[in-house]
Design a protein around this ligand. Sequence first.
Ligand code: ATP
Length: 916
Amino acid sequence: MARKKAPKDGSAPSTRPSWQALTKDELLSRLATDGKGLSEEESGQRLEQFGPNALPEVRSRGLLVRFFSHFRNLLIYVLLAAAAIAAALHHWVDTGVILTVVLVNAIIGFIQEGKAEDALRAIRQMLSAKAMVVRGGRRMSIPAEQLVPGDLVTLQSGDKVPADLRLLKVKSLQVQEAALTGESVAVAKSLDPVSPETDLGDRRNMAYSGTLVTQGQGAGVVVATGVDTEIGRISTLVSRVESLTTPLLQQMDRLARWITAAVLLIAMLVFVAGITLRDHTAAEMFMIVVGLAVAAIPEGLPAILTVTLAIGVQRMATRKAIIRRLPVVETLGSVSIIGSDKTGTLTRNEMTVRSVITLTDSYNVTGTGYDPHGTFEHDGQTSDPTADDLLRQTLLAALLCNDSSLQKREDASGWEVHGDPMEGALLAAAMKAGMNPEHETKQYPRTDLIPFESEHKFMATLHHSHEGRAFLFLKGAPERVVEMCKEVVGAGHNQPKDREYWHEQIEQMAARGQRVLAVATKPVRNEQSELTFDDVESDLALLGLYGLIDPPREEAISAVGECQAAGIRVKMITGDHSSTARAIAAQLKLQNTKEAVTGHELEQMDDPELQKRLNDVDVYARVSPEHKLRIVTLLQQQGAIVAMTGDGVNDAPALKRADVGIAMGRKGTEAAKEASEMVISDDNFASIVDAVREGRTVYDNLKKAIAFLLPVNGGESVSIILAILAGLTLPIAPLQILWVNMVSSVALAMALAFEFSEKDIMKRPPRPAKESMLTPFLVWRILLISTLFAAGIFGIFSWTQYHGYSLEESRTYAVNTLVLMEIFYLFSVRRLRSSSLGLSGLFGSGKVLIAVSVVLVLQLIFTYAPFMETFFDTRPIPAAMWLVMLAVGLALLMVLELEKWLIERWGRRDVRRRTD
Ligand code: ATP
C-alpha cells in the first residue's frame, strides 16, 4: 500500500510488495481487509489517505503559452513586421493601431479557444469509467476514481480493469493486456500465487489497471490505485487534451495558409512594381501592400471554424451524444445507413412477461412494468399458479437462473430493476406467482454459473439443495435451447412433445412481437460443484417458454421516419429471433419488414450474394457480433457511410470498422466505448438521429462561416487590386481594412457558429462523403458576393468623391457600407438556399441580433468618436447618408434573395425535366 502521501501514522511508505507472490491470507492482512469488501466508512478514510484512483491529466498548456500561441501565425508575423517598419518610419499611430488590433485578436482567440477546450473537457468527463465494488456488503457501481486499496472489485467481459487487482475469483476470465505488455492476445487468469520475479505478462493472478476483460468473470481486491498502478508507473500522465481539429479544419487551415503565401508573394510584386513603375515612395507602397495583405488573408477563418466545431460537439452532448473523436462530427453528416441494435435502442427495454407456455398449459400474465403484482390466466380464467407443478418449476428456473433484483422506488413511483431488464421481468413473473426470491435462493444456493454471452445465447446456473439434490437451470434463446434438449424433450412427463411443437409455439409468440425465452433443467450429481459447457449440451429437459413484450420507443418510430426523409436507411441488427425482430421492425415502420436474414443464413452466403441481399433487407436477426463486422464491411464496399451501434466486447471490431461507431452509454461495456467514435448516453436510437442532425448542422454552419468570410476578403482585395491597377487612391485605408477584418467580420461570423438547424436539414439526402467543402455552388457564391462587395465599396467611394466629399469622408462611407453589406449578407447566409425573408430568417437568431447590434455600436464609435478619427482617419458623416448606405446593403440582400429564388426555380425545373 505504498503511496506518495505518507500514511497517517507517519511511518515511511513501505516498498512495493510483490502482490502476485503472497498467499491469500498474507494479501488480505497486508491490505487490512477480509476480502469481502470494505465498509463505506473505511473506504472514505482510505480515499483520503491514498487520494483518488486517477492519473494526473497532462497539464494543459500554461495560460501564457496558450496566449502566445495565438501569435504564432503567419499573418501576425506580417502585421508585427509591419508595425516595426511603421515604427521605424515614425508612423506611431499606425504602429499603435496595428499592435492593438493584433492584441485584441489574440485575446478573442484565447478566450474562445479556452471555452472550446473547457467544453470538450467537460464532455470527456461525462465518460468517466465506473467500477463494480462491494461496499458495506452491497454490490454497487461507483466512479472508478473512488476506488481504494482493499476494495473488492468484480469484473465481467467488456470491463476495463479499473485498478491493479489481485484476483480472488475467476470464471473463464481472460484479459487483454496490450496496454501494458503490447501483447494483443488475451491471457487466461487463475488464482495461484506466482514467484515474485514473474514477468508482468505472466502474473496470472493479477489484473492490471487499463487492461480489458475479453471473456468471463472475476473478482479481485485492489492492491494499487492511481499513479501506484503499473500503468501509472509507465505513464504517470493521461493525455486527455485532444487537439481541436478535424480533416476538414486541417484542409481549411491549409487553404488559409496557401492563400496567405500567395498573397504575400503578390504583395511583394506589387510593392516592387509600385516603386519602380509608378514612382510611389517605399513608405507609401508599404502601407498599400500591408492593406492588400490584410484584405486578402482570411485571418479569422480558422478560429471561427474551431469554435463552430466545439459548439456543435457541445450541442450534441446536450442531446445525449458524446463525441469521443472529433472528426466524426463531419462524418455524421454523410451517414447513409444506420445499423442499430434492437433491444433498448429501438425498443424501451422495459420488459414484461405476457405469456408462459409449459408442456401442458399456456398462461397469460397480467400486470404492468416490474411491479410484481399480477395474475396468471388460463383459458381466460384467473388460475392459481402454485397448483401447476410444471409452471412452478418453470418459474423457479427463471428466478434462480437470474442475476437481477427488483426494488420499490423510494418515491413510491413504482418498481425498478437492478441488472438485466429481461431478467427483472422474469423475476417479477415468479413473484406474481407468490415466490420469494430471497427465500428460494437460500433454499437452492447457486454453486456455479455459465454467464450469458451473445455468442452462445444462454445462461446456466448450478444449484444444490439442502436435502442433497443438485441440478442445473438454463435459460436462453429458445431455438437454441430446444436444440440443446437433444436427448429428452419434456422429460419426466408422460406426453413429451416433439421439437416441431416447440418451434411452432416459438414462432407464434415471436410473430406477435414477443421476445421468447426458453428455460430448461437437468439433474446432476450432488458432488458436482462446477459447471462446464459439456454439462449443458445433453440430457436437458425443456420446462417452458416465456413470451416477453418490449414495446418500441415512440421517439424511435418518429426518428426512423426522419431518417427515411433524410435518405438514411435504418437496418435493425439484433440478437433476437427473426419473427420478433420483424414484428418490431413493422411497428417501427422500417422500409422492408417482409424478410429477415438470420446469422445462420448469413454464414451460408458468400460475399457477392450477401451484398445483393444487403441492399433490400433491413432486418438481421440472431446475428452475432462477428456478423456485424461483415455487414459493415460489405455495406462500406457498396459506398455506404455506415453508423453502427454496439455494446458488447465483441462488438468492438464492428464499431471500429464502421464510419461512425456508436456505443451505448448505459448498456455498453468499456470495450465498446473505447472502440467507438461516439457514445449515446441514453442508449436511445432517437439520440443517434439527433446527432446526425447536429452533424449536418455543424457542417452547414462551417459552410456558412466560409461563405461569409471569404467574400469579405475577396471584395476587399478586388477593390484594392482594382485601385492599384487603375492607379487610383485606395477606397479603404489599410488600417481600416484591418479593423473590418479583425473586429467587425469576426464578431459577425462568430454568430454563425451558433446557428440552429435549417428546417429542411433532415429532408436532404446525405452529403457525399468525398464532397469538397468548396462546392461549385459555394465557389459561385463567393465570387458573386466578392464582386457585389467590391461594387458596393467602389460605388459609394466614387459616388461620394464625385459629389465632392473629402477622401477621409469617402473612405468612412466605404468602410461603413462594407460593414452594412456584411450585416445584410449575414442575414442572407443564415439560409444557404432558402429565403431569409421571413420572421425566423430575420429575427430567428438572438446571437445574430446581438452580433449585429454590437457591430453597429462599434461602427458608430468608429465613425464618430474623436479618438477613432486619430487612429483610423475617419470622419463623422451626416445621419441621412446612413440611409443611402442602408439602401446599398438592402439592395445586396435583395439581389441575393433573387439569386436563391432563381436557383431554386431552376433546380426544380431541372428535377422535373430529369424525372419527365
Ligand atoms: P439486440 O442485439 O437488439 O440488443 P438482443 O438483446 O436480443 O438484441 P443479445 O443480447 O445478443 O441480443 O441476445 C440474444 C438472445 O439471447 C436473446 O434474444 C435472448 O433469447 C437470449 N438472451 C438475452 N439475454 C439473456 C440472458 N440474460 N440470459 C439468457 N438468455 C438471454
